[in-house]
Design a protein around this ligand. Sequence first.
Ligand code: PLP
Length: 341
Amino acid sequence: MNLARFPRIRLGHLPTPLEPMENLSRHLAGPNGGPNLWIKRDDCTGLSTGGNKTRKLEYLMADARAQGADTVITQGATQSNHARQTAAAAAKLGFECHILLEDRTGYDDAAYTQSGNVLLDKLHGATVSRRPGGADMAAEMETLAAELRAKGRKPYVIPGGGSNAVGALGYVNAALELVAQAAEIGLRIDHVVHATGSAGTQAGLVAGLVALNSGIPVLGIGVRAPREKQEANVFALAEKVVAHLGLPGIVKPEHVVANCDYVGQGYGIPTEGMVAAVKLLAEQEGILLDPVYSGKGMAGMVDLIGKGHFKPGENVVFLHTGGAVGLFGYPEAFALPAEAG
Ligand SMILES: *Cc1c(COP(=O)(O)O)cnc(C)c1O
Protein backbone atom coordinates (compact mmCIF):
# COMPACT_ATOMS: atom_id res chain seq x y z
CA MET A 1 0.00 0.00 0.00
CA ASN A 2 1.37 3.39 -0.97
CA LEU A 3 -0.80 6.17 0.38
CA ALA A 4 1.60 8.87 -0.76
CA ARG A 5 0.51 8.41 -4.38
CA PHE A 6 -2.85 10.05 -3.61
CA PRO A 7 -2.94 13.86 -3.64
CA ARG A 8 -3.21 15.33 -0.15
CA ILE A 9 -3.28 18.83 1.26
CA ARG A 10 -2.26 18.99 4.91
CA LEU A 11 -4.96 20.52 7.06
CA GLY A 12 -4.74 18.67 10.38
CA HIS A 13 -2.41 18.79 13.34
CA LEU A 14 -1.18 15.23 12.93
CA PRO A 15 -0.37 12.86 14.50
CA THR A 16 -3.09 13.39 17.08
CA PRO A 17 -2.23 12.32 20.64
CA LEU A 18 -2.87 8.79 21.90
CA GLU A 19 -3.47 9.12 25.64
CA PRO A 20 -4.34 6.78 28.52
CA MET A 21 -7.61 7.42 30.38
CA GLU A 22 -6.48 6.30 33.81
CA ASN A 23 -9.31 7.84 35.80
CA LEU A 24 -12.01 6.40 33.56
CA SER A 25 -10.32 2.97 33.51
CA ARG A 26 -10.26 2.94 37.32
CA HIS A 27 -13.81 4.30 37.58
CA LEU A 28 -15.26 1.61 35.31
CA ALA A 29 -13.22 -1.35 36.62
CA GLY A 30 -15.16 -4.10 38.38
CA PRO A 31 -14.04 -6.38 41.25
CA ASN A 32 -11.87 -8.32 38.76
CA GLY A 33 -10.41 -5.19 37.19
CA GLY A 34 -11.29 -3.97 33.73
CA PRO A 35 -9.85 -2.95 30.38
CA ASN A 36 -7.18 -0.26 30.08
CA LEU A 37 -8.88 2.60 28.27
CA TRP A 38 -7.02 4.84 25.85
CA ILE A 39 -8.20 7.72 23.70
CA LYS A 40 -7.01 8.74 20.24
CA ARG A 41 -7.57 12.49 20.12
CA ASP A 42 -8.96 13.12 16.64
CA ASP A 43 -10.98 15.85 18.33
CA CYS A 44 -7.62 17.67 18.29
CA THR A 45 -6.99 17.79 14.53
CA GLY A 46 -6.91 21.57 14.87
CA LEU A 47 -9.04 22.78 11.98
CA SER A 48 -11.86 24.96 13.37
CA THR A 49 -11.89 23.05 16.70
CA GLY A 50 -11.02 19.77 14.97
CA GLY A 51 -12.73 16.45 14.40
CA ASN A 52 -12.59 13.42 12.15
CA LYS A 53 -13.66 15.17 8.93
CA THR A 54 -10.35 17.04 8.79
CA ARG A 55 -8.48 13.86 7.83
CA LYS A 56 -10.96 13.12 5.03
CA LEU A 57 -10.81 16.70 3.78
CA GLU A 58 -7.03 16.45 3.32
CA TYR A 59 -7.71 14.05 0.44
CA LEU A 60 -11.03 15.51 -0.74
CA MET A 61 -9.78 19.09 -1.02
CA ALA A 62 -6.65 17.88 -2.82
CA ASP A 63 -8.90 16.03 -5.28
CA ALA A 64 -11.06 19.16 -5.71
CA ARG A 65 -7.97 21.21 -6.48
CA ALA A 66 -6.61 18.56 -8.86
CA GLN A 67 -9.91 18.72 -10.76
CA GLY A 68 -9.70 22.49 -11.10
CA ALA A 69 -12.64 23.27 -8.81
CA ASP A 70 -13.10 26.73 -7.27
CA THR A 71 -16.18 25.91 -5.17
CA VAL A 72 -17.16 23.08 -2.84
CA ILE A 73 -20.67 21.93 -1.99
CA THR A 74 -21.52 19.62 0.85
CA GLN A 75 -24.42 18.63 3.09
CA GLY A 76 -25.19 17.42 6.57
CA ALA A 77 -27.61 17.67 9.47
CA THR A 78 -28.12 21.11 11.04
CA GLN A 79 -25.36 20.59 13.61
CA SER A 80 -23.03 18.92 11.10
CA ASN A 81 -19.40 18.82 12.17
CA HIS A 82 -18.51 17.82 8.63
CA ALA A 83 -20.09 20.99 7.24
CA ARG A 84 -18.13 23.13 9.73
CA GLN A 85 -14.78 21.52 8.94
CA THR A 86 -15.48 21.73 5.20
CA ALA A 87 -16.29 25.43 5.54
CA ALA A 88 -12.99 25.97 7.37
CA ALA A 89 -10.96 23.96 4.85
CA ALA A 90 -12.58 25.87 1.98
CA ALA A 91 -11.80 29.19 3.67
CA LYS A 92 -8.16 28.27 4.20
CA LEU A 93 -7.68 27.01 0.63
CA GLY A 94 -9.60 29.80 -1.11
CA PHE A 95 -12.66 27.87 -2.29
CA GLU A 96 -16.21 29.24 -2.21
CA CYS A 97 -18.30 26.96 0.05
CA HIS A 98 -21.98 26.06 -0.10
CA ILE A 99 -23.58 24.04 2.66
CA LEU A 100 -27.01 22.41 2.62
CA LEU A 101 -28.32 21.58 6.08
CA GLU A 102 -31.03 18.95 6.47
CA ASP A 103 -33.46 19.33 9.36
CA ARG A 104 -33.14 15.74 10.59
CA THR A 105 -34.29 16.30 14.17
CA GLY A 106 -37.13 18.83 13.85
CA TYR A 107 -35.59 20.99 16.63
CA ASP A 108 -36.26 24.65 15.93
CA ASP A 109 -34.83 26.44 18.97
CA ALA A 110 -32.26 29.17 18.41
CA ALA A 111 -29.38 27.27 20.02
CA TYR A 112 -29.84 24.29 17.73
CA THR A 113 -30.49 26.21 14.52
CA GLN A 114 -28.01 29.07 15.00
CA SER A 115 -25.31 28.22 17.55
CA GLY A 116 -22.60 25.55 17.66
CA ASN A 117 -21.59 24.35 14.22
CA VAL A 118 -24.04 26.65 12.38
CA LEU A 119 -22.40 29.72 13.90
CA LEU A 120 -18.99 28.49 12.78
CA ASP A 121 -20.16 27.58 9.24
CA LYS A 122 -21.16 31.20 8.83
CA LEU A 123 -18.02 32.59 10.49
CA HIS A 124 -15.97 30.71 7.92
CA GLY A 125 -17.92 32.49 5.21
CA ALA A 126 -19.92 29.57 3.89
CA THR A 127 -23.30 30.08 2.21
CA VAL A 128 -25.77 28.05 4.29
CA SER A 129 -29.22 26.94 3.16
CA ARG A 130 -31.70 24.57 4.75
CA ARG A 131 -33.67 21.62 3.50
CA PRO A 132 -36.50 19.72 5.21
CA GLY A 133 -35.88 16.37 6.90
CA GLY A 134 -35.99 13.47 4.46
CA ALA A 135 -34.98 15.58 1.44
CA ASP A 136 -32.85 13.80 -1.17
CA MET A 137 -29.70 15.67 -0.20
CA ALA A 138 -27.51 14.15 -2.93
CA ALA A 139 -30.03 15.36 -5.53
CA GLU A 140 -30.23 18.78 -3.83
CA MET A 141 -26.45 19.10 -4.14
CA GLU A 142 -26.52 18.15 -7.82
CA THR A 143 -29.22 20.75 -8.50
CA LEU A 144 -27.13 23.42 -6.77
CA ALA A 145 -24.01 22.29 -8.64
CA ALA A 146 -25.84 22.69 -11.97
CA GLU A 147 -26.97 26.21 -10.98
CA LEU A 148 -23.43 27.18 -10.01
CA ARG A 149 -21.99 25.72 -13.22
CA ALA A 150 -24.47 27.79 -15.22
CA LYS A 151 -23.01 30.85 -13.46
CA GLY A 152 -19.48 29.87 -14.49
CA ARG A 153 -18.34 28.32 -11.20
CA LYS A 154 -16.50 25.00 -11.01
CA PRO A 155 -18.14 23.14 -8.13
CA TYR A 156 -16.83 19.97 -6.48
CA VAL A 157 -19.47 17.98 -4.61
CA ILE A 158 -18.41 16.35 -1.34
CA PRO A 159 -20.84 13.69 -0.11
CA GLY A 160 -22.32 13.85 3.40
CA GLY A 161 -19.65 13.14 5.99
CA GLY A 162 -16.99 13.22 3.26
CA SER A 163 -17.60 9.49 3.02
CA ASN A 164 -16.41 8.11 -0.29
CA ALA A 165 -13.29 6.22 -1.34
CA VAL A 166 -11.27 9.46 -1.54
CA GLY A 167 -12.33 10.86 1.85
CA ALA A 168 -11.91 7.52 3.61
CA LEU A 169 -8.20 7.60 2.70
CA GLY A 170 -7.93 9.98 5.63
CA TYR A 171 -8.79 7.08 7.93
CA VAL A 172 -6.46 4.69 6.14
CA ASN A 173 -3.84 7.27 7.06
CA ALA A 174 -5.17 7.32 10.65
CA ALA A 175 -4.78 3.53 10.84
CA LEU A 176 -1.12 3.81 9.78
CA GLU A 177 -0.62 6.59 12.33
CA LEU A 178 -2.25 4.68 15.18
CA VAL A 179 -0.34 1.43 14.58
CA ALA A 180 2.99 3.32 14.40
CA GLN A 181 2.17 5.27 17.57
CA ALA A 182 1.23 2.12 19.46
CA ALA A 183 4.45 0.40 18.35
CA GLU A 184 6.49 3.35 19.57
CA ILE A 185 5.09 3.19 23.09
CA GLY A 186 4.86 -0.61 23.17
CA LEU A 187 1.06 -0.66 23.38
CA ARG A 188 -0.72 -3.83 22.19
CA ILE A 189 -4.09 -2.52 21.02
CA ASP A 190 -6.83 -5.13 21.45
CA HIS A 191 -9.82 -3.10 20.27
CA VAL A 192 -10.66 0.21 18.62
CA VAL A 193 -14.10 1.67 19.34
CA HIS A 194 -15.68 4.76 17.74
CA ALA A 195 -18.96 6.33 16.68
CA THR A 196 -19.97 5.42 13.13
CA GLY A 197 -22.36 7.42 10.94
CA SER A 198 -21.78 8.02 7.23
CA ALA A 199 -19.30 5.10 7.35
CA GLY A 200 -16.12 6.72 6.00
CA THR A 201 -14.26 6.64 9.28
CA GLN A 202 -14.87 2.96 9.95
CA ALA A 203 -14.38 1.96 6.31
CA GLY A 204 -11.02 3.75 6.12
CA LEU A 205 -9.85 2.47 9.50
CA VAL A 206 -10.81 -1.12 8.74
CA ALA A 207 -9.20 -0.90 5.27
CA GLY A 208 -5.98 0.43 6.76
CA LEU A 209 -5.86 -1.98 9.69
CA VAL A 210 -6.56 -4.97 7.44
CA ALA A 211 -4.03 -3.81 4.82
CA LEU A 212 -1.43 -3.68 7.61
CA ASN A 213 -2.47 -7.14 8.77
CA SER A 214 -2.67 -5.57 12.24
CA GLY A 215 -5.22 -8.01 13.66
CA ILE A 216 -6.85 -5.06 15.49
CA PRO A 217 -10.66 -5.29 15.45
CA VAL A 218 -12.80 -2.16 15.12
CA LEU A 219 -16.20 -1.76 16.75
CA GLY A 220 -18.40 0.99 15.34
CA ILE A 221 -21.14 2.28 17.61
CA GLY A 222 -23.99 3.40 15.35
CA VAL A 223 -25.72 6.77 15.63
CA ARG A 224 -28.42 6.42 12.98
CA ALA A 225 -29.03 3.24 10.96
CA PRO A 226 -29.85 -0.23 12.32
CA ARG A 227 -26.93 -2.69 12.55
CA GLU A 228 -27.40 -4.64 9.32
CA LYS A 229 -27.70 -1.50 7.25
CA GLN A 230 -24.74 0.17 8.97
CA GLU A 231 -22.49 -2.86 8.53
CA ALA A 232 -23.52 -3.14 4.87
CA ASN A 233 -22.76 0.56 4.28
CA VAL A 234 -19.36 0.32 5.96
CA PHE A 235 -18.46 -2.91 4.16
CA ALA A 236 -19.46 -1.55 0.74
CA LEU A 237 -17.33 1.55 1.26
CA ALA A 238 -14.40 -0.43 2.70
CA GLU A 239 -14.42 -2.59 -0.46
CA LYS A 240 -14.18 0.55 -2.59
CA VAL A 241 -11.37 1.91 -0.43
CA VAL A 242 -9.21 -1.20 -0.70
CA ALA A 243 -9.84 -1.37 -4.46
CA HIS A 244 -8.75 2.29 -4.68
CA LEU A 245 -5.61 1.29 -2.75
CA GLY A 246 -4.89 -1.49 -5.25
CA LEU A 247 -5.76 -4.23 -2.76
CA PRO A 248 -9.19 -5.40 -3.95
CA GLY A 249 -10.98 -8.03 -1.89
CA ILE A 250 -8.84 -7.92 1.26
CA VAL A 251 -11.67 -6.70 3.53
CA LYS A 252 -14.09 -9.47 4.54
CA PRO A 253 -17.56 -9.03 6.01
CA GLU A 254 -16.30 -10.27 9.40
CA HIS A 255 -13.93 -7.28 9.59
CA VAL A 256 -16.91 -4.93 9.78
CA VAL A 257 -18.73 -4.93 13.11
CA ALA A 258 -21.24 -2.32 14.29
CA ASN A 259 -23.41 -2.17 17.38
CA CYS A 260 -26.44 0.06 16.86
CA ASP A 261 -28.12 -0.48 20.24
CA TYR A 262 -27.29 3.04 21.45
CA VAL A 263 -29.02 5.20 18.80
CA GLY A 264 -32.10 5.81 20.98
CA GLN A 265 -35.00 7.52 19.21
CA GLY A 266 -32.94 8.60 16.26
CA TYR A 267 -30.09 10.57 14.77
CA GLY A 268 -29.23 13.64 16.82
CA ILE A 269 -31.82 12.92 19.51
CA PRO A 270 -30.26 12.81 22.99
CA THR A 271 -30.33 9.63 25.08
CA GLU A 272 -29.82 9.23 28.82
CA GLY A 273 -26.72 7.18 28.12
CA MET A 274 -25.24 9.94 25.94
CA VAL A 275 -25.85 12.60 28.61
CA ALA A 276 -24.27 10.37 31.27
CA ALA A 277 -21.27 9.59 29.03
CA VAL A 278 -20.65 13.26 28.18
CA LYS A 279 -20.76 14.15 31.89
CA LEU A 280 -18.57 11.17 32.81
CA LEU A 281 -15.76 12.12 30.41
CA ALA A 282 -16.01 15.78 31.32
CA GLU A 283 -15.73 14.97 35.04
CA GLN A 284 -13.28 12.05 34.95
CA GLU A 285 -10.90 13.08 32.19
CA GLY A 286 -11.57 16.75 31.43
CA ILE A 287 -12.48 15.71 27.89
CA LEU A 288 -15.49 17.02 25.95
CA LEU A 289 -17.53 14.58 23.88
CA ASP A 290 -20.41 15.59 21.62
CA PRO A 291 -24.15 14.90 21.84
CA VAL A 292 -24.66 13.31 18.40
CA TYR A 293 -21.69 10.98 17.83
CA SER A 294 -18.89 10.57 20.37
CA GLY A 295 -21.32 10.83 23.33
CA LYS A 296 -23.38 7.93 22.00
CA GLY A 297 -20.22 6.06 21.03
CA MET A 298 -18.87 6.42 24.55
CA ALA A 299 -22.27 5.48 26.03
CA GLY A 300 -22.02 2.25 24.07
CA MET A 301 -18.46 1.57 25.18
CA VAL A 302 -19.28 2.23 28.85
CA ASP A 303 -22.31 -0.07 28.70
CA LEU A 304 -20.31 -2.82 26.98
CA ILE A 305 -17.58 -2.55 29.63
CA GLY A 306 -20.26 -3.02 32.30
CA LYS A 307 -21.45 -6.14 30.46
CA GLY A 308 -17.92 -7.61 30.38
CA HIS A 309 -17.55 -7.30 26.59
CA PHE A 310 -13.83 -6.43 27.00
CA LYS A 311 -11.54 -8.61 29.13
CA PRO A 312 -9.69 -7.21 32.15
CA GLY A 313 -6.25 -6.04 31.04
CA GLU A 314 -7.21 -5.62 27.39
CA ASN A 315 -6.18 -2.31 25.82
CA VAL A 316 -9.16 -0.54 24.29
CA VAL A 317 -8.68 2.64 22.25
CA PHE A 318 -11.66 4.97 21.91
CA LEU A 319 -11.25 7.07 18.77
CA HIS A 320 -12.55 10.51 19.72
CA THR A 321 -14.01 11.84 16.48
CA GLY A 322 -14.65 15.37 17.80
CA GLY A 323 -17.84 17.42 17.67
CA ALA A 324 -17.86 19.14 21.08
CA VAL A 325 -18.97 22.37 19.38
CA GLY A 326 -22.32 20.61 18.98
CA LEU A 327 -22.80 20.81 22.77
CA PHE A 328 -23.75 24.47 22.27
CA GLY A 329 -26.63 23.34 20.09
CA TYR A 330 -28.04 21.18 22.91
CA PRO A 331 -27.90 23.28 26.12
CA GLU A 332 -31.17 21.81 27.46
CA ALA A 333 -30.14 18.18 27.14
CA PHE A 334 -27.78 18.25 30.07
CA ALA A 335 -30.09 19.59 32.83
CA LEU A 336 -27.13 21.27 34.50
CA PRO A 337 -27.43 22.45 38.11
CA ALA A 338 -28.11 26.08 38.99
CA GLU A 339 -25.13 28.17 40.02
CA ALA A 340 -24.13 28.09 43.69
CA GLY A 341 -24.63 31.23 45.82
C1 PLP B 1 -19.11 12.53 11.24
C2 PLP B 1 -18.80 12.18 12.66
C3 PLP B 1 -18.68 10.84 13.08
C4 PLP B 1 -18.96 9.68 12.18
O1 PLP B 1 -18.00 9.49 11.20
P1 PLP B 1 -18.46 8.83 9.82
O2 PLP B 1 -17.23 8.80 9.03
O3 PLP B 1 -19.52 9.74 9.27
O4 PLP B 1 -19.01 7.49 10.12
C5 PLP B 1 -18.33 10.59 14.37
N1 PLP B 1 -18.13 11.59 15.24
C6 PLP B 1 -18.24 12.88 14.89
C7 PLP B 1 -18.04 13.92 15.93
C8 PLP B 1 -18.57 13.23 13.59
O5 PLP B 1 -18.70 14.52 13.25
